[in-house]
Ligand binder design. Structure first.
Ligand SMILES: [Zn+2]
Length: 507
């Protein structure tokens, strides 16, 4: 079996397009989970785009070992210099450089003729090779290029030292059979192609990113690029979990094998969703909440008789736990620890005590505590330092029109209380918090959903705040009281604003 290299670009192509700014700590948390998942390459950012991105790539390169850390550049020396600098501490650094090769990119965007494009591509690869041995070249908009010209570019960059050649469908225009043919033609017509790995990179504008990537793999590509949950520019990137589970479930058809630990898929998907604030649709393939639910009576009956009747993937394979113990306020520490271990959390000592206390508070409010509640409990234990704490709040409403909120916050050890009116309880609450903290960011989005399906379910609030410098910061809060969940989410977003984050992107 051929090895399939898995290249994750959640932190670059995924983040770049969301309009959401992840801070270094959040990116590192996602990076650590990607290492557990077993990806071969992490594209950590585009260092020349902003000082924040530079810092993120630097930190990830320093902290994450046993994985290739990659940075993106345009085919220009200053970008490559910065990228090399960001990757200096990486155990296995890779520079990903490239240029547009389709007629529209060359004429309209770059204003270069084909010979100049080849020259610039070769120069960029040679320049990157001065810093690192592992250089990946991307032929931007390759799918809409002239295949003969594309082969010429690829042959030249491999001669210049490129170790991986990426043939993207940048605009998501390809049909699966056409994309497969393009990869086959690169493998057939580029004379020195045996000296490089061919990579597929697809976008989902027509809903075909996964299908196109698989067609490319079937045709002989040995690296696939994509993001967790398929997040990314416009309609998104290739969803890595879909590709991984396709080649796993239908291994007879592809003849490739990856290093991925499929049991980490579910945890990775949840983490990326929590940190980016991008929710996974219930019906999403592989990681959606309903992906393994059998609702129709005929299907349920079949699955109960034999799972294979309607089930092609066992939920355990992607790490969806099959927890049979139900937790209540009477459950002990040991039962909680066991259930958390089933979900992949190792907690001991003080941390267990802390989680257990919060578990008891929750169990007092809910009859039963489900897996989803435990995820929240663990997520809530805070990857972000709490410099603002909600001490108390009360709301007085006069019908549905107006409300008054009184809030006490502890900000870095000092208690501060204020009150304000608003158009409904949540608005009054946010206005009061603004008064106390002096916040002037605007609320761009606010959503509420229930985490589990019972009447005393935990509520999850998500708040997105837009700062004057253009940054969009996501905050989350959980509580059995939805007003309190909303306050916590708002405070969480305010708490993150001072953490060093990327500035507006250049490209
Ligand atoms: Zn892309």
């Amino acid at each position: 079996m051929r090895k399939l290299y898995v290249f994750d670009t959640t932190l670059r192509d995924g983040e770049q397009s969301l309009g959401i700014t992840l801070n270094v700590k959040e990116k590192l948390e996602i990076g650590r989970q990607l290492v557990k998942l077993g990806v071969d390459i992490i594209e950590a950012g585009f260092p020349a785009s902003s000082p924040g991105d530079m810092e993120s790539v630097q930190t990830i390169a320093k902290e994450l070992k046993g994985v290739i850390i990659c940075g993106l550049t345009r085919a220009v020396a200053p970008d490559i210099d910065l990228c090399a600098q960001a990757l200096r501490k990486a155990e296995y650094p890779r520079i990903h450089t490239g240029i547009g090769v389709s007629p529209v990119h060359m004429e309209k965007k770059l204003k270069l003729n084909p010979d100049q494009v080849v020259e610039q591509a070769v120069a960029a690869v040679r320049y990157a090779k001065k810093y690192v041995s592992d250089v990946e070249f991307y032929a931007e908009d390759a799918f809409r290029s002239d295949p003969i010209f594309l082969a010429r570019v690829i042959e030249n960059v491999i001669t210049a030292g490129a170790t991986v050649v990426n043939i993207p469908d940048t605009v998501g225009y390809a049909n699966p059979w056409e994309y497969g043919e393009l990869i086959a033609s690169v493998l057939k017509n580029v004379k020195n192609i045996d000296k490089a790995i061919v990579s597929v990179h697809c976008h989902n504008d027509l809903g075909m990113a996964t299908a196109n990537s698989l067609a490319g793999i079937k045709a002989g590509a040995s690296q696939v690029e994509g993001t967790i949950n398929g997040i990314g520019e416009r309609a998104g990137n290739t969803s890595l979990e879909e590709v991984i589970m396709s080649i796993y479930t239908r291994r007879d058809g592809y003849g490739v094998k990856s290093n991925i630990n499929t049991r980490e898929i579910s945890a990775t998907s949840r983490l990326v969703s929590r940190i980016t604030g991008v929710t996974v649709p219930d019906h999403k393939a592989i990681v959606g909440a309903n992906a393994f639910n059998h609702a129709s009576g005929i299907h349920q009956d079949g699955v109960l008789k034999d799972r294979e009747t309607y089930e092609i993937i066992q939920p355990e394979t992607i790490g969806v736990p099959q927890n049979l113990i139900s937790l209540t306020a009477r459950s002990g520490r040991h039962a909680l620890k066991h259930c958390l271990e089933e979900l992949g959390y190792k907690v001991e000592g003080d941390q267990l005590d802390d989680v257990y206390q919060r578990f008891l508070q929750l169990a007092d409010l809910k009859k039963e505590v489900f897996d989803q509640d435990l995820y929240v409990l663990m997520g809530d234990s805070g990857s972000i330092a709490n410099s603002i704490v909600l001490e108390s709040m009360s709301i007085a409403t006069n019908g549905v029109e107006m409300a008054t909120a009184t809030v006490t916050l502890e900000i870095e050890g000092t208690m501060m209380t204020d009150a304000a009116c608003g158009n409904g309880p949540v608005n009054a609450l946010f206005n009061t918090i603004d008064r106390i903290t002096g916040n002037n960011a605007t609320l761009e989005d606010y959503t509420l959903k229930s985490v589990t399906r019972s009447s005393e379910a935990l509520g999850e609030a998500t708040v997105k705040l837009r700062y004057e410098d253009g940054r969009l910061v996501v905050g989350k809060g959980f509580s059995t009281d939805i007003i309190e969940a909303s306050a916590k989410a708002y405070i969480n977003a305010l708490d993150k604003k001072d953490l060093r984050t990327s500035q507006a992107k250049v490209v």
